[in-house]
Design a binder for this molecule. Structure first.
Ligand SMILES: Cc1cc2nc3c(=O)[nH]c(=O)nc-3n(C[C@H](O)[C@H](O)[C@H](O)COP(=O)(O)OP(=O)(O)OC[C@H]3O[C@@H](n4cnc5c(N)ncnc54)[C@H](O)[C@@H]3O)c2cc1C
Length: 422
């Protein structure tokens, strides 16, 4: 008589990229998988990612990729070795989401449509016989001895051989962010690394950026003007918002700023608007304008010759104490020196961030020390696994966070199904 082995039953909590990948990986390897999503539809953050285009990953090899994940980066090695950027792009192509790299670094789906990525993942999960259940909020883990044996939902309960927590972070609550995953982990003895909003716009003490909301400055250099912080800073575009500033370089610094703001009232930031030239070269520009374009308005020269948006050039003149209608030949030396100083070190003071409500990623989360990186299994409760942003690991702008979610989901799904390659 042939005895049919019972299929391993796995519950995946959360239908973001990490949860959907975990469900697909486990189901493809013979497990009976149910995916529980608390929102009316899965993957809302994924649908909003990259401004709706979804910057899925990037072209970095695993080693430099891990360096960008900071102190905890090496924890991602086993996941990335199974589902790094190359394997992820192959996987996505296999489910009809071919990708491309318009600038040679950032990877986007060719369709440039994040919702299509979510739909393809969901379709693949259903094809693999994953039962996808929405409006299902998991509120408690059920344990039998040292093993997880199921979950309680806001209504009813379910049993399982393994549970994967892929509930994401508490950032962007409008897109499903909440702290229930942290609470589930804490209930079985996991500890937390303190949470801080990261990849979040900065609120400045200065009010004038609000008047320029929507204006962007390409390729500036931003650094924190504090002892112990490198003046090298970060390069990228800067965007003025209603409350302050945003853009890739600012977002990438926002996690560090949020942490500093827990200890001090304000964080001074400096912006070099012309990182490709030295202050002396800028000074020489002004001398040249005085002799060759003396009758032209300085505000117009700043716009046409330096490439600053006109509205921002006007603001810069005001900050430098120059008359708005001053011509190059009549720019006082003191205002000229001020302008050069502003162009190479404009001061903006962070007084707050836009908080978890607008945090694209959250720094901190479930501490990694009680989780085995090779399987993403809990060391506190057998059969419990983790994936994605719920863990204390995060990266800068540029596809790092989705790549981590996809890779960790894949690893957790394989491990929970007992299908890890030897
Ligand atoms: C606006 C925006 C733009 C972004 N753009 C990019 C980008 O271009 N590139 C990039 O790399 N990263 C980007 N990110 C970050 C990236 O989207 C996240 O890091 C990633 O989605 C995390 O995946 P996850 O599966 O771990 O969590 P999530 O995507 O947050 O998914 C978790 C899911 O779990 C569900 N859930 C939570 N609690 C429960 C519960 N108790 N029971 C059941 N279900 C639950 C949630 O509703 C959610 O659907 C962006 C984020 C935002 C908000």
């Amino acid at each position: 008589m042939v005895v049919k082995r019972k299929k391993k039953e796995i519950l995946v909590l959360g239908g973001g990229p990490a949860g959907m990948m975990a469900a697909i990986a486990a189901a493809r390897h013979g497990a009976k998988v149910t995916l529980l999503e608390r929102m009316p539809e899965p993957g809302l953050k994924l649908c909003a990612s990259g401004g709706g285009r979804s910057n899925i990953t990037n072209t970095l090899a695993n080693e430099p990729f891990m360096d960008k994940l900071g102190r905890q980066g090496r924890f991602a090695e086993p996941a990335l070795s199974l589902m790094g950027s190359i394997q992820l792009r192959e996987f996505l192509a296999s489910i009809n989401i071919p990708t491309h790299t318009p600038n040679g670094f950032h990877v986007y789906p060719i369709c440039e449509n994040a919702t299509q990525v979510r739909d393809a993942l969901q379709a693949e999960a259903v094809r693999c016989k994953v039962k996808v259940m929405t409006n299902m909020q998991v509120v408690e883990l059920v344990r039998t001895g040292e093993r997880v044996s199921g979950v309680k939902l806001s209504k009813g309960s379910m049993t399982a051989d393994a549970v994967i927590i892929a509930t994401g972070s508490c950032g962007y609550p409008a897109l499903g962010g909440n702290d229930s995953g942290y609470a589930l982990a804490r209930s079985v003895g996991h500890t937390m690394a303190p949470l801080a909003p990261a990849l979040v716009p900065i609120i400045t003490r200065e009010r004038w950026p609000g008047e320029l909301a929507g204006v962007s400055l390409p390729d500036v250099r931003v650094w924190l003007d504090l002892p112990g912080h490198s003046r090298e800073g970060l390069r990228g575009d800067l965007l003025f918002t209603h409350n302050g500033i945003s853009g890739p370089a600012v977002l990438d610094m926002s996690g560090a700023i949020a942490r500093l703001l827990t200890k001090q009232f304000a964080v001074p930031m400096r912006i070099d608007l012309l990182p490709k030239e030295k202050a002396e070269q800028t000074l020489a520009r002004f001398a040249d304008w005085r002799t060759r374009s003396g009758k032209k308005l300085v505000v117009n020269l700043l716009a046409t010759e330096v490439g600053l948006p006109h509205s921002f050039a006007r603001q810069l003149l005001a900050l430098s104490g120059a008359e708005p209608e001053v011509i190059a030949a009549e720019l006082p030396a003191i205002a000229r020196d001020q302008l050069v100083a502003q162009l190479h070190g404009l001061l903006l003071t962070a007084r707050d961030t836009e908080g978890f409500k607008r945090a694209m990623v959250v720094r901190g989360g479930i501490a990694l020390r009680d989780i085995t990186s090779e399987t993403l299994e809990s060391e506190k409760l057998w059969g419990l696994y983790f994936a994605g942003e719920v863990l204390d690991i995060d990266g800068p702008c540029g596809g790092y966070n989705l790549q981590w979610a996809f890779a960790s989901g894949w690893l957790a799904g394989l491990a929970a199904a007992g299908a890890l390659p030897k």
